[in-house]
Design a protein around this ligand. Structure first.
Ligand SMILES: COc1nc2nc(N)nc(N)c2nc1C
Length: 308
């Protein structure tokens, strides 16, 4: 048993360091969990062999090897794509067939980060989660609590779920990779991976150093706001103290949408965050409800993707 305990401790310490420092897990979570459970059982059978430096004795109890799962109250959807002006013309034509209501569009930037859900109860931040597969995500409240742009308290005691993108600014990404290079660590391929890797960290101290930020773009339960348009909803999120991206514009037709697309294709390299497109949404919330959803995406929105 002594030999087996020594071997398990060596492996678990090595795997745990790699997971926390290098963000490159050496083994699958279930391998780590199995070995960890075996060590706990052996130490329970041979209490005289427990040493204070054993991974099972770490401050804060057991090493959490993964995040608990949460089921989203409503699925976190994806978006249909458009790749050229003709696709946008077709989208506009479809929309005008699906409702009698007058149509204008809200154009927003599509941030290249990872989608998150933030839940507030009576104005207090109570749960943060990743998108996951759209229905079930990972609970990352502690990590999101370290993100400065996420308020712990809203300006109003609202119970609301908001969704948006968590991202790493380009300047923070460059600095992070410089330091990692210096320390002989693997560098991250792009800011999106760096943000995802940072939010997967089990050690919130590491997350806090990563200078992550958010841009929120939708409200899961619109009933909680008085807005009747997407642009009004975003203005309300601003007033509540949440961060939204202000590079947004109401457009009356495809010509105006296309101007916005061109403008941000130009501006893209000068922004301090990565964007991979423009999201065009029907602005009226009533029209959105009429137009509805497909199984995986809102029918009333589309993502124009910039050419790679
Ligand atoms: C309404 O649903 C959505 N809205 C969005 N808006 C922006 N700006 N960016 C996104 N990535 C996005 N994604 C979805 C599913």
């Amino acid at each position: 048993a002594v030999l087996r305990i020594e071997e398990l401790r060596k492996d678990l310490d090595k795997w745990n360091t790699a997971y926390n420092d290098a963000d490159q897990p050496l083994v699958e979570d279930h391998i780590f969990d199995k070995a960890y459970a075996e060590l706990v059982a052996l130490e329970a059978a041979y209490p005289e062999l427990v040493t204070p430096d054993s991974i099972t004795q770490r401050v804060g109890g057991a090493i959490s090897t993964g995040f608990t799962k949460v089921t989203h109250d409503s699925p976190m959807l994806s978006l249909g794509n458009a790749f050229n002006k003709e696709d946008l013309e077709a989208f506009d034509k479809r929309i005008r067939k699906l409702t009698e209501l007058p149509i204008e569009y809200m154009c927003e930037l599509k941030i290249d980060g990872l989608a998150v859900s933030l839940k507030y109860e009576n104005g207090r931040f109570v749960q943060g989660a990743t998108r996951g597969d759209g229905r079930i995500g990972e609970e990352i409240t502690a990590n999101l609590n370290t993100v400065k742009s996420i308020p712990r308290r809203l300006a109003q005691p609202l119970t609301i779920e908001v969704r948006g993108e968590c991202y790493m600014p380009k300047t923070s990404f460059a600095e992070l990779n410089r330091v990692r290079e210096e320390n002989g660590h693997e560098v991250f391929a792009n800011p999106r991976n760096a943000a995802a890797g940072s939010l997967r960290q089990l050690d919130t101290k590491v997350v806090a150093e990563r200078n992550l930020s958010t841009f929120l773009y939708s409200v899961a339960d619109l009933g909680s706001l008085s807005a009747t348009t997407q642009s009004g909803a975003l203005d309300e999120l601003d007033r509540l103290g949440l961060t939204t991206n202000h590079e947004r514009r109401i457009c009356q037709n495809v010509a105006e949408i296309w101007e916005f697309v061109q403008e941000f294709q130009e501006k893209r390299p000068h922004l301090d965050y990565e964007i991979d497109g423009i999201v065009i949404k029907v602005n009226s919330l009533q029209a959105q409800q009429e137009i509805g959803y497909t199984v995986k995406a809102p029918r009333w929105a589309i993502a124009y993707k910039f050419p790679a």
